[in-house]
Design a protein around this ligand. Structure first.
Ligand SMILES: [Zn+2]
Length: 533
């Protein structure tokens, strides 16, 4: 497989290949085939739903010399040059880095000339809401009396920041978030074409994590391929995104149903140790309690591929109980950022699930008193190992002030942010460099070793998240380095390796196990060890 990111190498080159925007595409193709171009288009919608892709397709269809039924031919010289970004009559500007009046004025000066090769001059302005008010005013003059040969295509994720005077002069199209099943189908299609082996469940998980953004789905797939040595597996994707594996969640629900506190706590620690995110575990539990409630009320059948849980012991959890548990885990998830560390946060929620039960008659909350430990014996003999405390306990206390931020405290800081999906993956892989404060904007400098993490949309997402979290305007610059030395991910990995080494040493001191090993001529495989704290 080539090293070009999937999102870039698989960008649709025809309207018919754009995913999930059927109505908009139909309208555009119809207008273009009739050569009835509007002088200004505005595309709004979330990240990675196809705004820039559609803008470029319009630029191409307008200037293509063999345009057929609104589709660019992709073969003529104009199409080719537009694809390569070197066609003189199509200008693409990122408003985030060209915000000022002077920049916009100089761009407008360029497009006032008649097209040199194409039919019209097309000006694409991405993230147009970033323009300064002055720049908008300058642009407005051209929008009010547009020369025949100019087409504006504006794209934004935040239309509220665009002056109404500008919006009213544009033909506006709102692009939807792309439905999960469409993303899933499309990603699988691309992977098949690229001969990348994958597990279907993994792609479902990726599609859900992408939250309607096809570009995010493809970026996560890229990372999964990189982490999975060429193939995409569910286990890999789950641990990459910090999701709990389906099997462990099943076990957790079983433990709750069987009122087995020990099992629940040990499963949850195991899940955290294997890289699952505490918030995601609670989220998954909430989804399960929802499914269990639905199951009792209606006969909706659950599709296995959607990984909905159907319990063997349905009778033991009543509808009221499910609702009550749902409440506990969703509230627990809300409070997670306040917990001293993820393990404590998660365990307190689980303890609440066991400690409280609803009186079926009065709906009063009862506290289970003097609850005995579950008597259920474990089937397997588990050798108790006094491994060290979990990672979360070893990291220094929560750091939420930037002035205390150092290379060493950054991993704790990001582990406490409670972010998920691609953003979490990004922050977990970064190393802190420095920060500087200027005019109330704090610039954080980070280092990464993976090229795909340099994605500007991803960095922007991190900026928005941190701005919200720290209540200060944050700007992030990212530097690509050979390797990082202190990311959260590395600390986690190192701790897990150390725990396994400690465990192996403990085994060696256990006479019974050593005898077993000798008798069967066996050896302990490090990777197979699961640490039960
Ligand atoms: Zn063409």
């Amino acid at each position: 497989m080539s090293n070009i990111a999937l999102a870039r190498s698989c960008r649709p080159d025809q309207f018919s290949k754009v995913v999930g925007q059927d109505i908009v595409i139909k309208a555009l193709k119809h207008a273009i085939s009739k050569e009835s171009f509007h002088h200004a288009y505005l595309f709004t919608g979330g990240r990675g739903v196809g705004k820039t892709t559609i803008a470029r397709l319009i630029a191409k269809a307008i200037n293509c010399t063999n345009c057929l039924e609104g589709e660019p031919c992709n073969e003529c010289k104009n199409c080719e040059e537009i694809d390569d970004g070197r066609f003189v009559d199509v200008l693409e500007v990122d408003a985030a880095s060209n915000r000022g009046v002077d920049e916009i004025q100089s761009i407008l000066d360029q497009i006032h000339f008649f097209p040199a090769l194409g039919k019209r001059k097309v000006l694409i302005i991405d993230e147009v809401h970033m323009l300064s008010n002055h720049a908008f005013n300058v642009m407005l003059k051209t929008l009010e009396e547009p020369p025949e040969h100019i087409v504006f295509i504006l794209a934004t994720t935040d239309p509220k920041k665009i002056p109404a005077t500008v919006i009213s002069r544009c033909l506006r199209f709102s692009l939807n978030n792309i439905p999960e099943d469409k993303i899933c189908e499309h990603v699988m299609d691309i992977l098949k074409r690229k001969n990348v082996p994958f597990e279907r469940g993994a792609i479902s998980q990726i599609s859900a994590a992408a939250e309607g953004s096809l570009r995010d789905a493809l970026s996560i797939s890229d990372q999964a391929i990189a982490c999975g040595e060429g193939k995409i597996t569910l286990d890999n994707v789950n641990s990459m995104l910090g999701y709990a594996s389906t099997l462990s969640i099943d076990g957790l629900i079983d433990a709750i149903q069987q009122d087995n506190v020990d099992a629940a706590l040990s499963i949850s620690r195991e899940m955290l140790n294997s890289g699952a995110d505490a918030g995601s575990i609670l989220e998954e539990l909430a989804v399960r309690f929802h499914s269990l409630s639905l199951k009792q009320l209606s006969n909706i059948s659950f599709d296995d591929s959607e990984m909905k849980y159907t319990s063997k012991n349905l009778a033991t959890l009543s509808l009221t109980q499910c609702n009550f548990y749902y409440q506990i885990v969703t509230l627990g998830r809300r409070d997670m950022p306040l917990a001293p560390n993820p393990l404590v946060g998660l365990e307190m929620v689980l303890i609440r699930l066991f400690a409280f039960q609803l009186s079926e008659k009065t709906n009063d909350v009862l506290i289970k008193e003097g609850k005995k430990k579950s008597s259920k014996k474990h089937d397997k003999l588990i050798t108790q190992i006094n491994a060290d405390q979990p990672v979360a306990n070893k990291l220094p206390k929560k750091i939420d002030q930037l002035d205390q931020m150092t290379l060493l405290t950054w991993p704790t800081f990001v582990s406490n942010l409670g972010c998920e999906g691609l953003l979490r993956q990004f922050l977990y892989k970064t190393e802190y460099d420095s920060f500087s404060e200027d005019k109330n904007i704090i610039e954080i400098k980070l280092k990464v070793s993976l090229e795909i993490l340099m994605d500007s949309a991803l960095i922007k997402k991190a900026e928005v998240f941190l701005t919200d979290f720290l209540k200060k305007e944050i700007s992030i610059t990212v530097e690509k380095v050979e390797s990082v030395s202190n990311s959260f991910e590395m600390i986690e990995k190192a701790n897990s390796l150390r725990d396994k080494r400690v465990a192996k040493e403990a085994f060696k001191k256990n006479a019974g196990i050593m005898q077993l090993l000798a008798e069967f001529e066996a050896e302990i495989i490090n990777e197979s060890l699961i640490i039960k704290k």
